[in-house]
Design a binder for this molecule. Structure first.
Ligand code: F6P
Length: 361
């Protein structure tokens, strides 16, 4: 019989589909062991606050529709690095000690951190500094976390992007237009590549494969010559412009985010091919959708396994999905490098085998 424990769970970084399912899984598994689970609100910011911002989590809270819902009922944030935390006067402070104090004040035996690779790196640093018992769960629509084949939220985002392509095709064909769909993914092209294949794209442009506009133009001409008046292009938000620079949008307050490559591309292609072009930027609809079955499953597998790791006293680990199995890997190895699209890998090979233009030939 495991000694009763008190564990915390927090979500760091951007939301995605499947987060409610992961919390449900951890809470149910912990309850079966007789443990208490405390939800920490707004990621590590919730631990910084005095008293910490928390929510007691019980299995009964998940009886309703929560597992089916997008977003996260346990609030998250993707701003505010505790080691360089902006204060109200515009200064940057190291508030890592406040987070560590919050963890110990809650008398937690362990903390589950659900996050992307950047969040996991921060949590790992905090755990090392403050003696926190940490287990991480990979989540991000970008699917760019090292040492796991899957992160929660990715599958649903691909589904949303694929449905967008399904809806663009009929209108593209009706008007003989070129439709460009810009999808998220940060520095990785996974969403663009996989949704592009599933959604029947003619051209897919991703940051991992340098492209030349002339190849894209040639593909459009070939389609026209074959009697096809429309074309579908998917571009990842971090695919570079013709000069090789990634395109960003500036937001109020000085923050910048990837966005805008599709419009630049559309203008250039309209100029060169004299075709009618329309652009769709899919944006956050990829994040807010209800989780598909695969994301609910992976969230459940990861949530249960994270609690099992704590029961086994294994810390500084991330749960991962590899070779049809749930495993755990060292956090220090996970954060070494992101998992980008392998240009020599099977999915890229598949796209080429389908005759999809990746802009490099
Ligand atoms: O990392 C997830 C992600 O959705 C990226 O694909 C995207 O570039 C970014 O977050 C958007 O961030 P925000 O929610 O701050 O606009």
């Amino acid at each position: 019989m495991t000694k009763s424990k008190r564990i915390g769970i927090l979500i760091s970084g951007g939301d995605c589909a499947g987060l409610n399912a992961v919390v449900r899984a951890a809470v149910h598994r912990a309850a079966l062991l007789g443990w208490t689970v405390i939800g920490v609100e707004e990621g590590v910011r919730g631990l910084m606050a005095e008293p910490a911002k928390t929510l007691k989590l019980t299995p009964e809270m998940f009886d309703g529709s929560i597992v089916r819902r997008g977003g996260t009922f346990l609030p998250t944030t993707n701003t505010g690095d505790p080691f360089a935390f902006p204060d109200q006067y515009g200064d940057v402070l190291d508030r890592s000690d406040d987070v560590i104090r919050g963890y110990h004040a809650l008398k937690l035996d362990a903390l589950i951190g659900v996050g992307g690779d950047g969040n996991q790196a921060t949590l790992h640093k905090l755990a090392q500094k403050g003696g926190m018992n940490l287990v991480c769960i990979p989540k991000t629509i970008d699917n760019d976390i090292g040492l796991t084949e899957v992160s929660i939220g990715y599958d649903t985002a691909v589904q949303v992007a694929t449905e967008a392509l399904d809806n663009l095709q009929p209108t593209a064909a009706s008007h003989n237009r070129i439709m460009i769909l810009e999808v998220m993914g940060r520095d990785a092209g996974h969403i663009a590549l996989v949704a592009g294949i599933a959604g029947g794209a003619d051209v897919i442009l991703i940051p991992e494969i340098p492209y030349r506009l002339e190849h894209v133009v040639r593909k459009i001409e070939m389609l026209k010559e074959s009697g096809r008046g429309f074309a579908i292009i998917v571009v990842a938000e971090s695919a570079p412009n013709e000069s090789g620079n990634k395109v960003v949008q500036k937001y109020a307050g000085g923050a910048s985010r990837y966005g805008g490559i599709s419009h630049l591309l559309g203008d250039r292609l309209a100029e060169i091919t004299k075709s009618e072009i329309r652009v769709t930027v899919l944006g956050h609809v990829q994040r807010g959708a209800a989780p598909d079955a695969r994301d609910r499953l992976m969230a459940s597998v990861f949530g249960v396994h994270a609690v099992d790791l704590i029961a086994a006293g294994k810390f500084n680990r991330m749960v991962a999905w590899r070779n049809r199995n749930v495993v755990d890997v060292a956090l220090e190895d996970v954060i070494k490098a992101p998992a980008l699209v392998d240009p020599g890998g099977p999915i890229v090979h598949t796209a080429r085998g389908l005759g999809i233009c990746l802009g490099d030939a």
